[in-house]
Structures are given as C-alpha cells and as structure tokens.
Design a protein around this ligand. Structure first.
Ligand code: G3P
Length: 217
C-alpha cells in the first residue's frame, strides 16, 4: 500500500519523507489556506522534495476552466496529479486531462456509482472520503470495500486512494480491504507508531535499568 501525506505543510512532509514513508502528497484548497502560502510556490517545493504524485486541485466549476487550470498546475512539475471534483464537469475535465497524459485524481467521491464514472473517465486515482461519510453515521469503509470489489470485477486500473482519513484504524482497515493508497494527515501517520503497551513496557524497562546502576558504552 502506498502512503500519501495529506498536507501542504512542507516541514511535516520532509520529516516523513526523510524516513522513506512518503509515496506522494495530496493537497486541496483548505490545506493550501492552512499553509498560508501561494499554491504555485508551495506545490513546487513539495514536488521537488517528493518523487511520487503530488495532487494539486482545480477550483473552477466548469470543465473548460478546470482543464485550463489543470494544465496550468501540471506545468509546476512532472509529478503533478491534477485533482478535479467528482461533478459532471469534473469528469469531462478528467477525460480531457488524462487523455493528454496527465495524472488525474478525482476527489470528493462519496458513492460507488461515482467511482465507476471516474474510472470510465480515465482517472488515475479515485478519492473516496471515509471520514466525512462516518461523520454522517454512514460507513466510509464500506465504500472502500465496494469500490475495491467493483474495480476488481473488471480489472479497473484506477487506483483507490482512501482519503478523509481521521484515525489509525482507518488506515489499517483500508489496508486490509486493499485500498491502493491511503492519504492521511502527518499526525495520523505518526500515531501509527504509538501503542499504550509499548509505552508501559518501556517505562518498566527504564525503571528496572535504573535499578541496575549500569551504563551502556
Ligand atoms: O484528502 C481529503 C482530505 O483532505 C479531507 O479530509 O478530514 O477534511 O475530511 P477531511
């Protein structure tokens, strides 16, 4: 499973990237706002740091304008994946941009039906939003499972990019189901290393070690 980081915070990306844990990055307008930086500048910096796909999102509502914006974003670096919303116009933009050889990430997917259309339109990635479905007491993980089944039924090459991930369990569940990629905030990825029994065990070892009065080296 590939790990994308869902942030435009370059320091946080760098820390994970130095550990070899970053296969790509996803951004969106909210994350660009949070970074406080200009989209072209911050996206270029991320693209230079990370080898894999870096999603940059269009903001236009109509297909022609999305295509124009998408081509503009794609000029930032060869590893840009143009992110378009799962609307009818977004699907038109996906078809046009993917036909020209650009990677396209179709975002804001909330149903299996939408995921089928994105694949038909040539999406490189489909981004089902798990957390936002869970927020409504719907089952985000069931959507990942449904899309996995449907794509496997027809050997669809579009990669399932599990997004809107809020917890460590979201990541392990998406991995168990077979999502191709997860994108998660840096804090959630780092939280994967934590376990209460690890902390408890370490406290015990440290306490016992202190009692030995020894030093290593
Ligand atoms: O990848 C999409 C993600 O940024 C949305 O996450 O937590 O705002 O639903 P969230």
């Amino acid at each position: 499973m590939k790990f994308f980081v869902d942030t435009a915070d370059t320091a946080a990306i760098r820390e994970l990237n130095d550990l070899g844990m970053v296969d790509g990055v996803t951004t969106n307008p909210s994350l660009i706002l949070k970074s406080g930086r200009a989209i072209a500048e911050v996206t270029r910096e991320i693209c230079e740091m990370v080898q894999g796909p870096v999603s940059a999102e269009v903001v236009a509502a109509d297909a022609q304008e999305m295509i124009r914006e998408g081509k503009h974003l794609a000029q930032i670096a060869p590893n840009i994946a143009v992110k378009v919303p799962l609307t009818w116009d977004g699907l038109k933009a996906c078809k046009a941009l993917s036909s020209e050889g650009h990677m396209v990430n179709v975002t804001l997917c909330f149903s299996a039906a939408q995921a089928i259309l994105a694949a038909k339109a040539g999406a490189t990635f489909i981004s089902p939003f798990i957390g936002r479905l869970d927020d409504l007491n719907l089952d985000g993980m069931q959507l990942i499972e449904d899309i996995r089944t449907i794509y496997d039924n027809y050997d669809v090459q579009t990669q399932i990019l599990a997004a809107s991930i809020r917890s460590v369990n979201h990541i392990t569940d998406a991995a168990r189901i077979g999502a191709d990629v997860i994108t998660a905030p840096p804090a959630v990825i780092k939280a994967m290393a934590s376990h209460v029994l690890t902390d408890k065990g370490l406290d015990q070892f440290n306490a016992d070690w202190a009692k030995t009065g020894q030093k290593i080296g």
